[in-house]
Design a protein around this ligand. Sequence first.
Ligand code: LLP
Length: 384
Amino acid sequence: MFNSGIVSRFSQLETPFYYYDLGLLRQTLQACQTAANRYGYHVHYAMKANFNEKVVSTIQSFDFGADCVSGGEVKAAIHTGFDKNKIVFAGVGKSDKEINTALDADIFCFNVESVQELEVINELAAAKGKTARVAIRINPNVDAYTHHNITTGLEENKFGINTWQLDDVVAALGKLPNIQFLGVHFHVGSQITNLEVFKNLCARVNELAQWFEDKGLEIKVLNVGGGLGVDYYQPDTNNVADFEAYFKVFADNLKVVEGQEVHFELGRALVAQSAALVSRVLYVKNGQKKNFLILDAGMTELMRPMLYQAYHEIENLSKASEGSHIKYDVVGPICESTDCFRKDVELPESFRGDLISIRTAGAYGEVMASGYNLRDKIQSVYSE
Ligand code: LLP
């Protein structure tokens, strides 16, 4: 991702900024598309992971669909040029205004999370003389074995409809003329690196799809969500997720009958590895117990370490990595004790002005930036 040319270019720039390696992004998208095409799978990019305009338009140029979670994302997807027939809209709390935006855009499908939401969509669609296509998001009660803050498919999570409520869904569908039932939707969590989880998901999807078929409801769409994880520990070695292995789990375990489509909603695995947060050391504080590197980027630019104790590789781009190392707590400038990227990071001796990169920051990085402390909006830098 980095070479001496890039680093000397960085040295001229104001920090902090997100650096996007668009060549690596394209390589990742190509790998995903090739693997998905092998089985005729439909992949929607989960826009929530990164809605940087350049990133999103690169993804759109590969002809992926879009998975949106707000009216704003639906509008951005349309604006970027995503085919409306490839846009899905998920989210546990869609407002009337957002539903209307999606109805006006004639999107492919709403992923619906409650019976009440089905009734509201029916009513709003009727007012426009339209029919809304829907998939029912089911909470499959499958453990994703990931960080508890990013698990979504357990009964204690707010997402989806629990299986014991499915009779009510079937009854409602029979009474709602402006709803067209397309199928079922699942998403069990994010940063899933154990592929067994997806195998378990397939078993649940097979069972539940059969349940609907037994009730006389034909399933056209099996949407299994996203969640494929990436390697945060070796950003240079495993810099493209193993899409081949991922899709093969579904090819081997998901029961698909003639006429059914399989849809995915991938976010992180498409964008995480193609970006780094680049920052400068403002100050070095050497204490008796601790040494601190105080950066000009903090939780306002990348929140993941503070919110989920997420691991990101940290390196000093200005110093050769050979030679003796010192342990630093790498912290930001924000007035919060939690504003720490990582403790006890072994780095070459570092000085004011050194460039520091925080790797694998392309997913849930720039999008989760905030203006807390009235910080400037973070800029982006690209390489082709
Ligand atoms: N579909 C649905 C319904 C989702 O809720 C999500 C992510 C995705 C697809 C995409 O999942 P992915 O392929 O990116 O794992 N901010 C957290 C991650 C939150 C994920 C939210 N939902 C983080 O930084 O780890």
